[in-house]
Structures are given as structure tokens and as C-alpha cells.
Design a binder for this molecule. Structure first.
Ligand code: BGC
Length: 769
């Protein structure tokens, strides 16, 4: 720390020396990317900038839409790809590289990662998010944050919360019930915050249940700080502030970018008018100054990074994020017979689609196409573009088949193994708007159909940031390799995977449905009248698709490689829950063995799913609660152990607003995807019964479930009581009464002489009147 920033050593004193106007000015940006400086008091400005999979530091004109040029930086696969790696160690190493690049560029906070859920595959920004599953997203984002922050620069976990669509994103209210928020939309944030302590959290644009995230005290203070212990700074998404003073009170510390002084004046005015407690302002200012102080060491010693080493990491990442969806004996391609036998088709082999549009857009240090990579391997293969990219200047839209290009491709592919590079045009998916469909462009599908007719074998290589449906055309492909948006080394990774120099090891972090109509969330998407109701509740992704049992093209967790695996020897060890059991106490240990039964090295990704059949609350059939990434040579096996804590086994109880673990059947399954679970068993799990207190409005059935209150009610009801319960001579009558609130019984003359006073007496003994 230099002498002129020494004041940052004693932040309380510094705050006490600032004028009201100075304090208000620190609560918003100085410009697009910098915090406000107050030079005379030794408060420097710091830079915060995107983004999640590469640095986007603009040097000239600024914007948050990715329009203006930024400094060269390594472009790693976007989160859709990184999510498919299921590789915690890789995420940590990418985080370290991002941290080094941010630091070398004197950027104090990198704006990412984004851990919003892929509620529907139509979200235009899904390429920037990890998964449809909160467990997986949290497990992968946490090491990324650790890696970045290990360099003394911060991260900004975004977009907090329930920002799951781009349509109307700046004002839509995501109306989500409490349990769904707690179990689906908040856990990835919670895990990263409690485990990796990101320096900042970025609040979302949207409202949640009618309140803007940027001014929601429940979200920004109660949950984030009081429950999860977050001690960093909350920054607004760019332009997410509605009422600045309300935001400050709720816990929003820093508004970005600058509001051109408008909101600073409002803050000062509110304090003067006695409408805002100055202590609230001081709290936000303290957090801004703490962030600046925290970054001083790194900013004073930026260091450098090796672009070649980071490019090599981007290449490794791209090989690990690709998912082999299908392979009917065609991959890996046989390099020895290659030259005469193969044709490369598709403009994306020459002009790769490797990142998404919007604020995360990186200016890559280099870019390798598949054609470049083949040339680097000494393979000069016949190529035909097959279609035009709509983003190329003056080109027709990609939906229109160019007959000349198609015919040329067909000629090249005839009798050969055709490797087709297909994917989504950049315009089809972007920050700022949602997708309209899940299809590949018509021209790509037509090209595939024509080429597959004449080619001896057909391999499809896909580049897209969110899923495309495959059901219409996959019969024409002998193999499908999904690259996602693989970053700047996507081409070299694709070639290594195709040639077998690397084996695919990615697994789907999002389901590939057959049709968008199969996705339950579609019934309420993208909403209307500025409201989107999350009516599907917990049932997003595989949770919904598995519950409705619709066929899917490829399930969550799926991914092939060049060898095969077998799972065996499932062993379960459980410990009963007592009143003393803590959230983090381990209650279940699941052991299983995975073996490489094929002929090549490969990576298995064993997954543990938990189901609660017979639960008293709605439950998806199964939920991911553990995974490992295991590298195995042929013939080798490895024993794995998954542990489940009390929290892992709990659901959010809306009556008590807390995590509750139920007794009863616990289904534990281990395997290769949510729909390929060769090991599965159900055990009885012991835990105290969480019964709601009995009231007059509890049903007769609920009274019956209570081992003391049930018999007492039967007795109080005399002869009619004998008709109730498990020993009733008439089960239909017994069932009829089960759902009747007990308060109705004396009024309807049910239970002979059972009177309101009798009920009162029972309530005194067993319940709450
Ligand atoms: C995006 C954020 C991004 C910010 C700054 C916003 O439009 O939603 O994710 O970090 O711009 O570029």
C-alpha cells in the first residue's frame, strides 16, 4: 500500500472524515467500469469488469453489451462447456488463469461466474450458466472462484437471483414459491458464498415475487448476510437499480455503472431529509472501501501471465468440456487411413463459433479453427463450407439453403466419412433476448440429410451454447460430438477428440429434450404482464422430465467416451438423525466401484442420485447429490465413496422456514446419467417425524397419523370412531373422512356425541387450539 492510500488502513476513521456528498459518490461507479476515486483522501478507483470465461477489459469506448473492443485475453469455454466437464480441478485451474489475467490487467474484480439455473433451454444466456442442476453448478463455480481469488482479485457471483430468462429481464417479476427458491434457485449461490467467499455478489435485474432484487432486504440481507454469512460487497447488475435509497437500505452497496450523479444526489438528499439513516450509508461506504483496500496488494503488483500456457489450458478445457452424445463405431477416426477417406464439411470448421454474444464477449489471444488444427496435424483434407454464416457481412440468413454450397459439399462427401461442423448462428442465442426454438438452422439440417445420403459414414460436430434438439436428424449421424462454445482452442480440441488423441470426457449438465413442449417450465415462459410464474416449481431440467417420464434424446449426466465402464458393489451405511445432528453431519455413506471394461483409457463420471419415494412433500424422482471424475486404464477399477450430510438429505419446510429431514424410504442410485443407474437400492432412513402441530383444522387423517392423538380421537367419537382408522370395517368410509378437518365433525354430527367441547379437550392434550 502506498503512502497516499494509507487511509485505507483505518476505514472507520476514513469514513468519519468523508463528507455526506463524498460518501454518496462512493456508492456508484465513476464510469462504466471504475469505482469512484477521492484522490485527496487517498481513495483510488478500482476497475471491475467481465467476465465469466475470459477477461473483457475495454480500453477505448465502453459498453456492457460486448460491442467495443477489449484487450486480448484467453477465451475459455463458456460456462455451458465448463459445466459439462464435471471437473472441479479444471475449474480451479481456469479460475487461477482468469485471476492472473485480471491481475496483470489491473482489474480488481472479475464479473463472474454466473450460477443461475437453466430453467428452460430457451434462455438466451444459458451459454453463460453451468447447469440445470444447482448441486453441479455450485460444485463447479466454487473452485472457479477460489482460483480467481487466489490471485488477490475478487469475483462477482451473479445474477442474484432468479434471473433465468432474458425476455423482459430488466423488470419481469419471477414469481417463485419459497421452497423452489430454496431448493433450486438459491443453493448454487449459497454453496459458493459459504464455501468460497466471493468478494462481491451481483444482484439481478429482475424482481422476485414483485420486489426488485436490487432492493430486496430479504434477499440481500436476511438470506445473503444473516443466514449465509456473506461479508463482501453487493454490486448491482449494470443498470439494475430502481430506487437507490431503498436499495441501500436493503443491502445494495455499489451501483454500477455511474448514474451520472443522479442517485448520489438522491442518497445525500434522503439523509438530509431524515429519510435515510446515515449509518446505512456508512455501512455501504465501508464495504466499498474494504473492497478497494482488499485489492491494493494485487493492483500494486500486477505481474504478468503466459498467453501460451493459458492457451494450452484453454485447449485442455475444450477437450474436457466436449460431450460425445452418440458413437456407432465411427470415432475415433483412424488416422492411418485418414487422408483419402475423410471430408470436412461446414463453415464452422473454418470459422468456429466459440463464444456467446453480449457482455461476456472476449477478444481472444488467438483462435484455432478445426481446419487450422488439421493442417497443424499435417492433414490437408477436402473441405466444403456447405452453408453460409448469417453473421458474415452481406450473407443470407443461415436458414436458407444455398444450393450451390450444398451440392459442392455433397460432391466432396460422396463415398467418404463426412465430418460435419454444424451449430447455432450467433444471432440465435445471446444475452439480452431469448431463443425462439431449439432447432439447428434449416440449412444445416438439409445439408446433413443430403450429405448423409452419399457419405459412407457421417459424424456431426456441434457448436452451440445451449441445447439443440437432435431427434429429427440424429438417425442420419453415426456419431455426434457436442463442443458447446469451446473457447479459443475449440478447433484443436475437436480435432484431437475426433482423432482419438484425447478421449471425450464431458457429461451433459443439461438434458436434451426431444421437444421444447416436453419441458414443464414452458407452460409458464416467458410470462406476461411483467410476471413469469415458476409454476413448475422444483421440476426443472431432469427433475421435470424424469417426473413426467417423457422420452429425452440424451439425459442429464450422459456422455460417452472411447471405452466402457461398469458399476458394481453398492454399499450403504446410514446413521439415524437425532435432535443433536448438525447440518454438516454425515448421515449416509455410499460406496460403489467403477471399472474400465473397454480397451482404452477413459474418464468415468459416476453420479449419485437421491430419491425420497413416499415423501410427504412433492419430490422429483431423483436429484444429483454427488459425482466424481475418475480416470481409468483398461481393466482397472476404483472404489468411490460419496457422503451425504443432513443438509443433503433435507427439503425446505415452508411451515417452519427451515431445512427438515424426513424419515422413511431413501432411494440411492449410482450410475452414468439420470437415466442410466445400474446400482440402486432403497433403505429405511431413521429421523424424527416432523409433524405439524395438530389444530382444529388438521384433518382426521392427520390426527390419525399421530400415535397418541389418533386413538384418542377414535375413542372420543364413540361408535363412529370405530369407522375410522386402519381397523375400520368399511375402508371406503374411513378414506372418505381422512381429508375432513376435525373441526367439521361435531358440526356435521359425525362422531355421535362428539361435541366442540370434546374437541377442545383433545386440542388441550395434543395440539394447538
Ligand atoms: C450483464 C452482467 C455484466 C454487466 C457488465 C450486464 O448487462 O447482465 O452479467 O457483468 O452487464 O458488463
Amino acid at each position: 500500500m502506498t503512502a497516499d492510500t494509507a487511509g485505507l488502513h483505518d476505514i472507520p476513521r476514513l469514513v468519519s472524515e468523508l463528507s455526506l456528498e463524498e460518501k454518496a459518490s462512493l456508492c456508484s461507479g465513476a464510469d462504466f467500469w471504475h469505482t469512484q476515486a477521492i484522490e485527496e483522501l487517498g481513495i483510488p478507483a478500482v476497475m471491475v469488469t467481465d467476465g465469466p470465461h475470459g477477461l473483457r477489459k475495454q480500453v477505448g469506448s465502453t459498453d456492457h453489451l460486448g460491442l467495443h473492443q477489449s484487450v486480448p485475453a484467453t477465451c475459455f469455454p463458456s460456462a455451458a462447456g465448463l459445466g459439462s466437464s464435471w471437473d472441479r480441478d479444471l475449474l480451479r485451474r481456469i479460475g487461477e488463469a482468469l485471476g492472473a489475467e485480471a491481475r496483470a490487467n489491473e482489474v480488481a474484480v472479475l464479473l463472474g461466474p454466473g450460477v443461475n439455473m437453466k430453467r428452460t433451454p430457451l434462455c438466451g444466456r444459458n451459454f453463460e450458466y453451468f447447469s440445470e442442476d444447482p448441486y453441479l453448478a455450485g460444485e463447479l463455480a466454487a473452485p472457479l472462484v477460489d482460483g480467481v481469488q487466489s490471485h488477490g482479485v475478487g469475483t462477482s457471483l451473479k445474477h442474484f437471483a432468479a434471473n433465468n430468462q432474458e425476455s423482459d429481464r430488466m423488470r419481469v417479476s419471477a414469481d417463485v414459491d419459497e421452497r423452489t427458491l430454496r431448493e433450486i434457485y438459491l443453493p448454487a449461490f449459497e454453496k459458493v458464498i459459504t464455501r468460497s467467499r466471493p468478494w462481491t455478489v451481483m444482484c439481478a435485474y429482475n424482481k422476485i415475487n414483485s420486489t426488485y432484487a436490487s432492493q430486496d432486504p430479504w434477499l440481500l440481507t436476511e438470506v445473503l448476510r444473516e443466514e449465509w454469512g456473506f461479508d463482501g460487497l453487493v454490486v448491482s447488475d449494470w443498470g439494475a437499480v430502481d430506487n437507490r435509497v431503498a436499495g441501500l437500505v436493503a443491502g445494495l452497496d455499489l451501483e454500477m455503472p455511474s448514474s451520472l450523479g443522479v442517485n448520489d444526489a438522491r442518497i445525500a438528499e434522503a439523509v438530509r431529509a431524515g429519510e435515510l439513516d446515515e449509518a446505512v450509508l456508512d455501512r455501504a461506504v465501508t464495504r466499498v472501501l474494504t473492497l478497494i483496500a482488499r485489492s491494493r496488494a494485487a493492483m500494486a503488483d500486477p505481474g504478468s501471465f503466459d498467453a501460451d500456457v493459458h492457451h494450452a489450458l484453454a485447449h485442455e478445457a475444450a477437450t474436457r468440456t466436449a460431450v460425445l452424445l452418440k458413437n456407432e463405431g465411427v470415432l475415433p477416426l483412424d488416422a492411418s487411413t485418414l487422408t483419402g477417406d475423410i471430408a470436412i464439411i461446414g463453415e464452422m470448421a473454418r470459422t468456429p463459433r466459440y463464444q456467446g454474444a453480449g457482455s461476456s464477449q472476449v477478444n481472444p489471444t488467438r483462435l484455432v479453427s478445426a481446419l487450422d488444427a488439421l493442417t497443424n496435424h499435417g492433414l490437408d483434407l477436402p473441405f466444403a463450407p456447405g452453408y453460409r454464416l448469417s453473421e458474415a457481412a452481406g450473407a443470407d440468413g443461415q436458414d436458407r439453403t444455398d444450393a450451390e454450397l450444398r451440392d459442392e459439399a455433397v460432391e466432396r462427401a460422396t463415398g467418404k466419412t463426412a465430418v460435419l461442423f454444424l451449430g447455432l448462428p450467433a444471432l440465435d442465442e445471446s444475452e439480452g433476448y431469448d431463443r425462439e426454438h431449439l432447432d439447428l438452422p434449416r440449412s444445416h439440417r438439409d445439408l446433413l440429410a443430403s450429405v448423409a445420403e452419399v457419405a459412407s459414414r457421417t459424424v456431426v460436430v456441434l457448436a452451440n451454447g445451449s441445447v439443440v434438439t437432435t431427434v429429427e436428424w440424429e438417425h442420419a449421424a453415426d456419431a455426434i460430438l457436442e463442443l458447446w462454445l469451446g473457447g479459443q482452442a475449440t478447433g484443436s480440441a475437436a480435432v484431437e477428440l475426433l482423432l482419438g488423441a484425447a478421449a471425450p470426457s464431458g457429461r451433459l449438465a443439461e438434458s436434451i429434450p426431444e421437444r421444447i413442449e416436453d419441458v414443464p417450465a414452458q407452460l409458464n415462459f416467458p410470462g406476461e404482464n411483467q410476471i413469469v410464474r415458476y409454476g413448475e416449481g422444483l421440476y426443472i431440467g431432469y427433475r421435470g422430465l424424469d417426473a413426467t417420464r417423457v422420452p429425452v434424446s440424451y439425459p442429464f449426466g450422459h456422455g460417452l467416451t472411447y471405452t466402457t465402464f461398469e458399476y458394481s458393489d453398492l454399499e450403504i451405511d446410514t446413521t439415524a438423525v437425532t435432535d443433536e445432528t448438525d447440518e454438516d453431519d454425515i448421515l449416509v455413506v455410499v460406496g460403489a466401484t467403477v471399472s474400465n471394461t473397454g480397451g482404452r483409457d477413459g474418464v468415468a463420471v459416476p453420479q449419485l442420485y437421491v430419491g425420497r419415494p413416499g415423501s410427504a412433500v412433492a419430490r422429483p424422482p431423483r436429484e444429483l447429490r454427488g459425482f466424481e471424475r475418475v480416470e481409468l486404464s483398461p481393466g482397472r477399477s476404483q472404489r468411490m465413496e460419496f457422503v451425504l450430510t443432513r443438509r443433503d438429505l433435507s427439503h425446505w419446510d415452508v411451515a417452519t422456514h427451515s431445512w427438515v429431514v424426513e424419515p422413511g424410504a431413501l432411494e440411492l442410485s449410482v450410475g452414468a446419467s439420470s437415466r442410466d443407474l445400474p446400482l440402486s437400492t432403497t433403505v429405511e432412513f431413521e429421523a424424527p417425524m416432523n409433524r405439524a402441530p395438530l389444530t382444529a383444522y388438521s384433518t382426521i387423517g392427520e390426527w390419525m397419523e399421530n400415535p397418541e392423538a389418533g386413538p384418542a380421537l377414535i375413542q372420543a367419537m364413540g361408535d363412529s370412531g370405530k369407522m375410522l382408522g386402519p381397523n375400520s370395517p368399511d375402508p371406503a368410509i374411513a378414506a372418505f373422512f381422512m381429508s375432513m378437518p376435525v373441526v367439521k365433525a361435531p358440526l356435521l354430527g359425525i362422531g355421535d356425541t362428539f361435541t366442540p367441547d370434546d374437541l377442545e379437550a383433545l386440542l388441550k392434550r395434543f395440539g394447538r387450539s
